[in-house]
Design a protein around this ligand. Structure first.
Ligand code: H79
Length: 437
């Protein structure tokens, strides 16, 4: 395609948005839905009558299932109960503002219509529908930002996808690592597929890369340049380089289920599970309680981060009921207390012995986990900064504040916790409290 002069000028003068511009909505959103759904949802943590422990999406690797055998799962993958609208509405009911769904996991199977490889849900299964397309449309309709996960550094289906992390590649079908040409895999599958995702479904809010360790710095730069060119506003997570550091991308993904120890001066997220596994497993019934999940969200927000909470739908396309119940309960809590989560920054007053703190200009949201039964909530806040205090769930009742020390406010609260999971007390303050992010 040739460009005329004005098009060239337009391209040159249109600057790529800065990280700050790209990430603004995400920093406000705080809470998103992660979805792990693929061929692995069919065996659901069990292979030939034997349980496969750990992540269900790793079953191919765990049981060393030959490619030709694993491919047979395509014939059984017909998730007729899948309903994009319902999933998006559930995310919305939970108070989530965005969604990130797997377009290809380490097993190499594309969950969208790919022209690059016939090993995809439209061409290889009786289902023949494109869930990425349906979800992208439902998200747009409901005002939920839509993102895709792509395992770029692992592919157990592709003979050239060498894995530098010893033992994490497919060495049962393709044992000779010295013959593998990672760059070939990247050029003929991964990069063209990422390009498809970024061009076939309208705006992609996040491209969530996973699987680290093999790509070179040059390859990472090339990947980022491609994303920026195709979708300048698309956020890129940090999992291009290694698990722990934040060298690449727009924000830092912590390790699976990892929470930062303290307030961090940049955007970070916890990719978390509701039970233990990401993909659906019939054997994993270790569901975190609603209380634990709400407190996780608050803990994360108090450290300036985002919670990308995972669901693992079944091979029929159903989000497990225990997940649905917990997400709805989180949504109920957020309906009352959302003001203390969305658009907040982390705690400007450090750690608190009784809970967590989030903040907006002029307001501290005190999240009380351990309620003071003597009715005295102590907050490290200097006297001259304090204006007034009240319960977020009942703004009409003012709480009195007194000082025994100049820099420690004591708020008189009811002796019984109004909300056992997390009662939010708002402390209005004047001037700047060192809000750190
Ligand atoms: O998609 C989910 C995981 O499958 C993926 N990241 C999240 C979001 C992930 N890929 N690699 N890892 C996580 C880390 C690797 C962990 C391993 Fe293991 C430890 C591989 C082998 C030992 C966990 C335990 C997987 C198999 C056994």
């Amino acid at each position: 395609m040739s460009l005329n002069c004005s098009q060239i000028t337009a391209r040159k003068t249109k600057p790529i948005p800065s990280n700050e511009e790209r990430i603004k909505w995400w920093k406000e959103a705080k809470f998103g839905m992660f979805i792990h759904w693929g061929l692995y949802s069919v065996p659901a943590g069990e292979w030939k009558g034997e349980k496969a422990r750990g992540y269900s999406e790793w079953i191919m690797h765990k049981k060393k299932i030959p490619v030709r055998e694993y491919e047979q799962l395509t014939g059984q993958f017909n998730p007729v109960k899948f309903n994009a609208e319902e999933w998006v509405k559930l995310a919305k009911d939970a108070g989530m503002k965005y969604m990130v769904i797997g377009s290809k996991h380490h097993d190499g199977f594309a969950m969208y219509h790919s022209k690059v490889s016939p090993y995809n849900i439209v061409d290889a299964t009786p289902f023949k529908r494109d869930p990425i397309k349906e979800l992208a449309e439902a998200c747009r309709k409901e005002g939920i930002k839509f993102g895709c996960y792509y395992s770029i550094d692992r592919d157990w289906h592709h003979p050239d996808a060498f894995c530098a992390n010893q033992g994490e590649g497919n060495t049962w079908d393709y044992p000779d690592d010295s013959k593998k040409d990672f760059n070939k895999y990247l050029r003929e599958k991964a990069l063209p597929q990422v390009r498809e995702i970024l061009t076939q479904y309208g705006p992609i809010a996040i491209i969530w890369f996973d699987g680290v360790g093999t790509k070179t710095a040059e390859q990472n730069e090339e990947i980022i340049a491609m994303v920026r060119e195709l979708q300048p506003y698309c956020l890129i997570n940090s999992r291009l380089g290694d698990w722990k550091s934040f060298k690449w991308g727009d924000y830092r993904s912590m390790d699976d289920n990892e929470v930062a120890d303290e307030l961090l001066p940049y955007g970070w997220e916890n990719p978390g599970t509701i039970n233990k596994t990401y993909g659906y497993s019939k054997n994993d019934q270790k569901w975190k309680s609603t209380k634990k999940l709400i407190r996780m969200l608050v803990d994360i927000a108090g450290k300036g981060g985002n919670y990308l909470l995972n669901v693992g739908p079944t091979g029929e396309g159903v989000i497990p009921q225990p997940s649905v119940e917990r997400l709805r309960a989180m949504g109920k809590w957020l309906e009352k207390n959302g003001e203390s989560i969305y658009g907040t920054s982390g705690s400007p007053i450090g750690r608190l012995p009784w809970g967590r703190c989030t903040a907006k200009p002029g307001k501290l949201y005190l999240h009380v986990f351990d309620w003071p039964t003597d009715g005295k909530l102590e907050v490290p806040c200097p006297k001259e900064k304090v204006k007034k205090a009240y319960l977020l769930a009942d703004k009409s009742v003012g709480l009195s504040i007194y000082f025994r020390k100049q820099d420690k406010a004591t708020i008189a609260v009811p002796t019984k916790a109004p909300d056992e999971i997390d009662t939010v007390v708002v402390l209005e303050v004047r001037g700047n409290l060192e809000i750190k992010n």
